[in-house]
Design a binder for this molecule. Structure first.
Ligand code: ADP
Ligand code: ZN
Ligand code: ZN
Length: 737
């Protein structure tokens, strides 16, 4: 007997499920259906069945269509998403639907397009690179890459791999095909098995061997581990051994999370050639919709044994999960910044726990939260000592004291000279600007006093136009002081200066250099970053100028110099995570220099060469620095010793924002047992896209009271008259303020 009523989750901003009358076809939990909602048809997920409904049955509508004959989401995935919806205070229906590939959110039945692998044929091989005109840079790039594949992966390059080389790959492929140089093989169900590598896997060094042994000792239970080791220390090798072991028994699956789309092709190629016995798919937003859908289905059906993916793939149903790996676990891009603001690393931990499988978090510079957990024994700590390949020496790191050198538009003579030398040698340089989270503080050049907040442990941020100093944590505000209260010096200045002109400055100083700027503006276009990275590999660039986007694990063999400028604002930033982030970025960016046989050099311009951060960096001593930062966090009462939640609000009038936040703050004061709630403040970016913004910070020394308050607060806000006029969201464990 089928129950007459069905509960359906829909992608609507209401925290509830909807009742429908069951249709002719019986439905199962997790199945995808189409239902009438308002005047439209919407895709929903069946959550349950019942004998009666709280609504008038006569007015309930009936399910229009059942889209799949087997459930799409299994009970584990539904439960994981339910947990996340609760924890991040986001409507369950929206959480569920947004975890699906776009095609599955649409009301048509999903179809998959055919996939091809491309390879050079004999004619193409015989033609040679020189047969392609120089101005056809993309064709030449693709050709070179295809040439490298010959003999390696006999089957050729996937569309995703080609797309990683250039966004206009398809045009170039068409051109090469017209010349008759390419063969295209259809990929059967997306699971082409690579030809196995002929290389013998390396013998693990003692640190690696111990890591593998200790993790495998807990092969069949939930066991979190931190795998701590610098770039090149052999973490990936450890991942591959673990996967090999955990998947030896059919039908085990492994989930590997990476922070950035651009890193997946590299890792994918390595996994495919080393673990050819396990069908592998990748999941990230650079895939076309149909490929994404297909890969998702392969993971969900258990056919794909390894899934490599970015943040969202943490929700991919995998019925036989045996191992979870989170590479570069400290990376901020694991945190979703809109919609459901989840942290994929944290969700991965929950997922591993629910599935009862080991999880490995890998990093050279773990998040302090993770490090703290490893120190207190909550996670097993596994350290890899040195670089696995002895030849790849660590780069030399030096500070240039900018108080002792005249700067030319922010550049020191020593740094300019170093770039000139690289240029002469035909090597590449990278100028790294730390601009993210940039907030000027008021600094005394004589005694290094920095304007503090008198009401909390933060530093005040300079708002020059208003002539005010503001605390972004508690809302305290004062006038900009003219004199240093500590030493009387009248020459106070806001640290950090504009870096926009850097590219022009360089062009004037080194006119023969080919300069490429990589930042949020220059990479706005989809795929722009991929294109730029490929240009660096193709040796079309001498000097790279960029922000943290460049710091991530790209391997540029010709890059031998990294110059770091404008970091001092982060040393004294009001954002309590700025120093942690800077250290991680500098470690990572230092890892860019001298990866191949050429030794690398890192030059850091700073007014504080003796700062603890640089000392730790020079000795590559993460542990010591982390310890110091943790002590600071304990004193100042920040995470990991405190748990935070941020209520963010925006509207076209500030009065509306402030009205809603005022109500929330009062609510928190009245109902927030064991929760410290601050006053509403305006964030650094007061106005964004024409919207006035404000936020309210709440903190507690454990999760439970904070969650308890948020539950009632969110419910109250949903009923509040301003709810319709103010866009608001809760950010639990926020990274950005
Ligand atoms: P990470 O992931 O920490 O950056 P990898 O696992 O990529 O490090 O290792 C860096 C390089 O060292 C790779 O080329 C890898 O093949 C090699 N490698 C790793 N472990 C060993 C080992 N035990 N013996 C020899 N080479 C190794
Ligand atoms: Zn002073
Ligand atoms: Zn304050």
């Amino acid at each position: 007997m089928t129950a007459p009523f069905v509960q359906v989750a829909l992608d609507v901003p209401l925290d509830r499920q909807f009742d429908y009358c069951a249709g002719e076809i019986p439905t199962q939990v997790g199945q995808r259906v189409v239902v009438p909602f308002g005047r439209r048809q919407q895709v929903g997920i069946v959550l349950g069945h019942s004998a009666d409904s709280a609504f008038d049955p006569a007015r309930l509508k009936t399910i229009t269509q059942v889209l799949q004959h087997e459930p799409l989401l299994d009970a584990d995935t539904l439960a994981l998403l339910k947990f996340c919806a609760d924890y991040y205070h986001y409507p369950y229906g929206q959480a569920l639907l947004s975890a699906l590939p776009t095609r599955l959110r649409q009301t048509q039945a999903a179809v998959s397009r055919k996939q091809y692998l491309y390879a050079l044929n004999e004619l193409g091989l015989a033609a040679g690179l020189d047969a392609i005109p120089k101005r056809q840079a993309i064709q030449r790039r693709l050709y070179s890459a295809l040439l490298q594949q010959v003999g390696q992966h006999g089957s050729g390059m996937s569309e995703a791999a080609l797309a990683a080389l250039s966004p206009s790959w398809r045009k170039a492929v068409n051109a090469l095909q017209q010349m008759g140089w390419l063969t295209a093989h259809e990929v059967i169900a997306g699971l082409s098995l690579a030809s196995p590598s002929t290389l013998m896997p390396p013998i693990l060094n003692p640190d690696q061997a111990e890591a593998v042994t200790r993790i495998l000792a807990k092969a069949k239970e939930f066991a979190p581990f931190l795998l701590h080791g610098i770039t090149g220390s052999g973490k990936t090798e450890v991942y591959m051994r673990l996967i090999e072991q955990q998947l030896a028994d059919k039908p085990g699956q492994a989930l590997v999370l990476v922070p950035e789309i651009n890193l997946t092709p590299q890792l994918e190629a390595r996994f495919r050639s080393r673990l050819p016995q396990f069908p592998l798919v990748s999941l990230h937003s650079n895939l076309g919709e149909s490929e994404r859908l297909q890969n998702w289905r392969l993971a969900q059906s258990g056919q794909a044994r390894i899934v490599i993916g970015t943040r969202l793939s943490v929700f991919t149903p995998m019925p036989h999960l045996r191992l979870v790996i989170v590479d570069e676990e400290h990376d901020g891009s694991y945190k979703q910044q809109d919609g459901m603001r989840y942290h994929a690393r944290d969700v991965a931990l929950v997922r591993a726990q629910r599935a009862g499988v080991p999880i490995v978090l890998g990093s050279a510079t773990p998040a302090l939260e993770t490090w703290h957990n490893a120190q207190t024994g909550k996670y097993g700590l596994l350290s890899l000592g040195q670089r696995a390949v002895a030849a790849a020496a660590l780069p030399q790191i030096r500070c240039i004291d900018v108080t002792k050198q005249p700067l030319q538009d922010g550049l020191s003579p020593a740094l300019i000279e170093a770039m000139r030398t690289r240029l002469a040698r035909g090597e590449q340089s990278l100028l790294f600007i730390n601009r993210r989270g940039y907030a000027p503080v008021l600094l005394c050049g004589a005694c290094q006093w920095i304007a503090p907040c008198t009401r909390c442990s933060s530093r005040l941020v300079v708002h020059l136009r208003q002539g005010r100093l503001r605390c972004h944590h508690c809302g305290h505000e004062e006038k900009i002081v003219r004199q240093c209260p500590s030493c009387g010096n009248a020459d106070l200045h806001a640290t950090g200066h504009g870096t926009q002109r850097l590219e022009q400055t360089l062009a004037a100083l080194l006119p023969q250099a080919r300069i490429l700027r990589v930042d949020r503006d220059s990479t706005r276009r989809k795929d722009a970053l991929t294109d730029m990275i490929a240009a660096v590999h193709a040796d079309e660039v001498d000097i790279l100028v960029g922000t943290q986007m460049l710091a991530k694990g790209h391997d540029f063999p010709k890059l031998t110099l990294v110059g770091v400028i404008d970091t001092d604002s982060a040393l004294f930033s009001p954002d309590f995570r700025a120093a942690e982030r800077l250290f991680a970025q500098l470690m990572q960016v230092a890892g860019r220099a001298g990866r191949a046989d050429k030794p690398g050099e890192v030059l850091i311009q700073t007014a504080f060469p003796e700062h603890a951060l640089f000392n730790a960096l020079r000795s590559q001593d993460y542990a010591a620095y982390a310890q110091a930062l943790l002590q600071e966090r304990a004193i100042t009462q920040f995470p990991p010793y405190q748990y935070l939640a941020l209520l963010k609000a925006e509207a076209n009038e500030f009065a509306l924002v402030s009205g809603l936040l005022r109500y929330a703050a009062d609510w928190a004061h009245a109902h927030g047992t064991d929760v410290l709630s601050y006053e509403p403040v305006r964030p650094q970016m007061e106005r964004l896209k024409g919207m006035e913004r404000g936020q309210l910070l709440m903190q507690a020394d454990s999760r439970a009271p904070l969650q308890c308050l948020l539950r009632t607060l969110v419910a109250a806000l949903r009923e509040h008259p301003l709810n319709a006029k103010v866009r608001w969201a809760v950010d639990v464990d926020p990274l950005e303020f």
